[in-house]
Design a protein around this ligand. Sequence first.
Ligand SMILES: *Cc1c(COP(=O)(O)O)cnc(C)c1O
Length: 392
Amino acid sequence: MTSQEIKSLTHQYIMNTYGRFPVAVDHGQGARLYDPEGREYIDFTSGIGVTDLGYGYQPWAEAVAVQAGKLNHVSNLFYTETPARLAEVLCKRTGESCVFFANGGGEANEGMIKLARKYSFDKYGQGRAAIITLKNSFHGRTITTLKATGQDVFHNYFFPFTEGFRYAEANDLRGLEASAGDDVCAVMVELVQGEGGVLPLDQAYVKDLAALCAERDWLLLADEVQTGVGRTGSLFAFQQYGIVPDAVSFAKGIAGGLPMSGVLANEKCRDVLGPGTHATTFGANPVCAAAGLVVQETLTDAFLEEVKAKGGYLRKGIESLDLPCFGKTRGLGLMIGVEVKDGFTNKDIANRLIENGLLVLTAGPGMRLLPPLVITREEMDKGLEIMRKTLS
Ligand SMILES: *Cc1c(COP(=O)(O)O)cnc(C)c1O
């Protein structure tokens, strides 16, 4: 099909919930994508932080094909090898104790919220179910995770929302403490706010928050749906903050492009969600888990150091272009935010870059760059050259 045919068919038969850029993508290689007519795009998006190993990565494609040919799905009523092995790797690399596998980020966060509420219910009974989240956060699109999201624009249309969320200013521990009563069971944070504009939390704040949570027996929940799985230059962002959360949700990059997510939990949360309290039909899919194992094998410590170095290279490259529309860059690893100066709008900039062959994202009022973690210096240079030509 041609790009035009794909667009027409999409408009006719797929519900119109996305503001799409006018590009159809047919295939990819490395950090490059191609439309059906063969036009090349440099990818600084990874399918919104998902395709960490890029496109056409042979070990990944082979592992998926082998597992798909062997066993595609059997359900959690039985045992399968690949999810058990993936859970082992994740626990050993994080210091957490166990995993619940699900399918998407919002669903993982739902599970993490249920875990926190039941932990508290089991220990203290009813009436201690409030969860504090941060202003400007993003936690998903379900009725509950929309309400957990600390941005008013998301609390619309779908009333009634789930009760029991309270919002605190990021990096203000006193404010958070003041808003908490006796009814709090957990605090949920993104260590680098993603959709909100690539805003890393302060190191000292996170350490103090972890100490406060431990003191009050509030579970510290890290939403690492976007920051997890190597994106920030460590397997999980919490490992750069010197804390170990009680539970950690992950999704986007976990299986390199197949739908998978989950919650890692520590020893004290291991038995909170027993048989019959939580489940999902597709969870722990053996093909997704086989893909996840390839991601874990690829993300060695040396590879993660390279992610940090590449992030530094790209940020420096952007800042040294000294473009009229861009201010400072920020972020961790290959999760990069670029400030957009007054008088320019991020959507216009994104459209112009995409027209010229560079795929980028926006977040908050700025730009957001999430290139595949395997991106090469040559591909980054090509992207920078497109920025220079388009935006000078
Ligand atoms: C993307 C994202 C989600 C939602 O994930 P879905 O897979 O779209 O449900 C939740 N939290 C954070 C931090 C995210 O970046």
